[in-house]
Design a protein around this ligand. Structure first.
Ligand code: UT7
Length: 385
């Protein structure tokens, strides 16, 4: 049976670091609260768009797999921060890479987008329509973060990583062994970004003037339940026990959630790979960035079995069980970097906060410099060119 094996991996982290102390300069919060309640000490803020982060991560993943961009049949952009609704952002990555033989699709299931993308690519590989796929997990959340809401602003960060998936030969037991996708749609209202999408083309909320609905405690409970049950499901279907799992690479929204999930799954914390302290919750980039770092740090031995549970808005949840092959080191590397960042993370965030304040002000007056065309439509004017 053909399977989809991870043969290439690469990450691209924006360099600007936002500390808990930085957040305390404009929010009523402090390092002790954030560290105790979440385990997060730092996160990254991107100075470039998600497609730029993805290009660098993808070049690294392709070199790691020993493939050229022209070898790709599919590019999947797993993200809830696509640059535009139309055209999709996967096409921007295809264009930058010159992956002219590939199809290109965005997958948005919030924080689980990378893993839902992995399942999508895996299905197409098993069906025989794709042989080589690139799956990116990327988020540039900072532009639509609710920066003056301490309940969410301290939790998230930007980041990106990509993997190359390739069809295995018959009889090869490496690759995606089992996956479980789920969604608690009855809780879709407890994690919502207002001001993004056609619902908001009305007079009450201006597009881009984002505010988050976020019931942290309820999300916490459902996250533990969803990830725990999906993990148990894939272990049972693969006929393996928690002791067979060499490393758990979970979604990382809160250290306490991870500890509960690991306990439920029967996996000791020594076998859980953590990045939450230095990167916070990077939504769909979280699992792939952690996976790449686990490989870079030698935590993935040849033929390791990895468990990757995740959850996100929707509330979507999932778990994936992946068997690595003999090779856990890159075939090649590539010399590609992001353009330099000449600002601190706090400067980048303060610029975003100032932009948002202007936007809110202009929305109230229904006339302003940020989105003049939108303002005209909202005001019922016919003066849209
Ligand atoms: O990928 C999906 C992302 N979402 C999540 O994973 C969220 C899951 N939920 C969580 O991680 C936790 O619920 C939070 C970290 C969001 C909050 O932790 P908590 O232990 O559930 O705290 P809480 O909401 O019960 O708030 C406790 C107190 C409140 O004050 P009072 O009412 O006790 O006076 C909050 O107002 O902490 C206050 N608080 C803060 N204080 C300082 C809330 N946020 C902050 C903050 N700094 N940033």
């Amino acid at each position: 049976m053909t399977r989809a094996a991870i043969t290439g991996w690469g990450k691209c982290m924006p360099p600007a670091v936002l500390t808990n102390a930085d957040l305390a300069t404009f929010l009523d919060t402090d390092d002790a609260w954030i560290t105790q309640r979440t385990g997060i000490q730092q996160r990254r803020i991107s100075h470039v768009l998600g497609s730029e982060l993805s290009y660098v991560a993808a070049k690294r993943a392709l070199a790691c797999a020993g493939l050229a961009a022209k070898d790709l049949d599919l590019v999947v952009y797993g993200s809830c921060s696509s640059e535009e609704v139309v055209p999709n952002t996967a096409s921007a990555v295809q264009y930058r890479l010159g992956a002219w033989n590939a199809g290109a699709m965005d997958v948005n299931t919030a924080c689980t987008s990378f893993l839902y993308g992995l399942s999508t690519a895996n299905g197409l590989i098993r069906a025989g329509s794709v042989r080589n796929a690139l799956v990116v997990g990327v988020e540039n959340i900072s532009p639509f973060m609710d920066w003056d809401n301490r309940g969410v602003a301290v939790l998230f960060g930007d980041g990106c990583a990509a993997v190359v998936l390739q069809a295995t030969g018959d009889g090869d037991d490496t690759g995606l062994v089992a996956d479980k996708l789920g969604c608690y749609a009855d809780s879709r209202q407890i994690l919502r970004v207002r001001g993004h999408g056609t619902t908001y083309s009305n007079r009450e909320v201006t597009y881009g003037d984002t505010a988050w609905d976020f019931d942290g405690q309820e999300i916490f409970k459902r996250a533990v339940h969803g990830m725990g049950s999906a993990a148990a499901d894939v272990l049972a279907r693969a006929g393996v026990t928690p002791d067979d799992v060499h490393l758990c690479v979970p979604h990382q929204a809160n250290l306490r959630i991870i500890e509960f999930v690991a306990k439920r799954a029967g996996i000791p914390m020594e076998r859980v790979f953590l990045t939450v302290r230095k990167y916070g919750n990077m939504s769909s980039a979280t699992v792939p960035v952690a996976l790449v770092e686990a490989l870079e740090e030698g935590r993935v031995a040849p033929r390791s079995l990895l468990l990757m549970p995740a959850f996100g808005a929707g509330l979507t949840f999932c778990a994936h069980l992946v068997r690595f092959g003999e090779r856990v080191t890159p075939i090649d590397t590539v010399d590609v970097e992001l353009p330099p960042c000449d600002k601190t993370a706090l400067q980048l965030v303060n610029e975003l906060r100032a932009l948002k304040k202007n936007r809110s002000r202009s929305a109230k007056g229904l006339a302003g410099p940020i989105f003049p065309e939108t303002q005209a439509v909202l005001a019922g004017s016919t003066a849209v060119a």
